[in-house]
Design a protein around this ligand. Structure first.
Ligand SMILES: Nc1ncnc2c1ncn2[C@@H]1O[C@H](COP(=O)(O)OP(=O)(O)OP(=O)(O)O)[C@@H](O)[C@H]1O
Ligand SMILES: [Mg+2]
Length: 323
């Protein structure tokens, strides 16, 4: 019997382009009604994974089921139940807002009698009222993004694939976009979203971190913070961040505390440490010796960004990727 609570299931998914492995044995499950975030740096395999789930690229190996249907074999059976917003927001610049929506409505096979009301609903949902006759090329990035989302959900899909929908969009538009996603999820839609914005990762119900085509951590934000992060984060407040980071790395080059990594975090420094007490003392002594004043140093709860950076560095040090 099919498990209706699972919307997407991939197992041992691989995609090779010639000798290059873009996606390397990844497996994940997306449950019905959740926002599943797929996080990774440029070129890590996010778009390739989405394209395989949509039946646009055949996997080299592994299996995919979307809404209980095997992909790509039976993709045509589920296309009407899927929405997709591609990384380039495939909108037609020369068409107006309403014309773009109409174009997508036709592509999704909406009957002409329903077209008007469906478009009106989409326009209202995305806050595009009054812009119906605006040429798409005159819309700002945030509005284009909302139009692209409206187009992707015109046919009321059960699952929505969004490929970096908020890239290059200002923070307020991004926030509004997430509010809209929550509304859709409340209506029962499942969302698979790729991003490299860490703050957005915190908004997802569950996440997978992908790097060099491999999943290096997955779970809820809380689980990932608890399990994937080995050690603590020391947060240092100093007015001489650059000097202190330099001093840490110089000492490291001279053989001191080789495992210490310091990252700039806004105006603060974050340091991953498996021995926070010992390292606090060490850093205080180091700073004093270099005539650097530390205002405060404390162990803090890691943010997802901390965990992401720590995971990526660990897996790079492990050298378990092909390049
Ligand atoms: N058709 C293709 N032929 C050869 N290599 C490809 C092809 N498509 C993608 N790649 C390579 O596969 C890797 C993963 O690409 P992909 O587009 O999936 O990354 P991404 O995580 O979506 O990156 P971005 O954040 O930049 O969108 C990259 O190194 C890319 O150059
Ligand atoms: Mg991409």
């Amino acid at each position: 019997m099919k498990d209706n609570s699972i919307t997407i299931q991939t197992s041992g998914l691989v995609k090779k382009f010639g000798d290059f492995t873009a996606v390397n044995h990844i497996s994940f499950t997306v449950k019905k009604g959740e926002i599943f975030g797929f996080l990774g740096p440029n070129g890590s395999g996010k778009t390739t994974t989405i394209r395989m789930m949509l039946g646009l690229l055949p996997p080299t190996q592994g299996s995919i089921e979307v809404l209980g249907i095997p992909v790509p074999d039976l993709i045509t059976d589920i296309l009407p139940r899927i929405g997709y917003m591609s990384q380039q927001f495939s909108l037609y610049n020369d068409l107006t807002v309403a014309q773009n929506l109409e174009f997508y409505g036709q592509a999704y096979g909406l009957v002409p009698e329903n077209m008007g009301s469906v478009i009106r609903e989409a326009v209202e949902l995305s806050g595009l009222d009054g812009f119906e006759d605006t040429p798409t090329k005159d819309l700002s990035g945030g509005w284009r993004q909302r139009l692209a989302l409206s187009a992707a959900i015109l046919h009321r899909p059960e699952v929505l694939f969004l490929d970096e929908p908020t890239a290059g969009v200002d923070p307020i538009s991004r926030r509004l976009f997430w509010d809209l996603l929550y509304e859709l999820v409340a209506e029962g839609i499942t969302v698979f979203i790729t991003t490299h914005y860490m703050d957005e990762a915190e908004h997802c119900h569950r996440l997978a971190f992908i790097q060099h085509g491999e999943i290096i951590a997955q779970g809820t934000p809380t689980e990932i913070k608890r399990e994937a992060m080995i050690g603590d984060v020391l947060e240092i407040d100093t007015n001489q961040t650059e000097d202190l980071i330099k001093a840490i790395y110089e000492a490291r080059d001279n053989g001191d505390n080789r495992s210490l990594n310091a990252e700039l975090y806004g105006s603060l420094i974050h340091i991953f440490s498996t021995q926070p007490k010992q390292h606090t003392k060490y850093l205080q002594t180091l700073a004093k010796g270099a005539d650097i004043k530390i205002n405060s140093i404390s162990v803090i709860e890691p943010s997802l960004e901390d965990v992401f950076i720590a995971c990526m560095r660990d897996s790079d040090i492990g050298g378990n990727h092909e390049e």
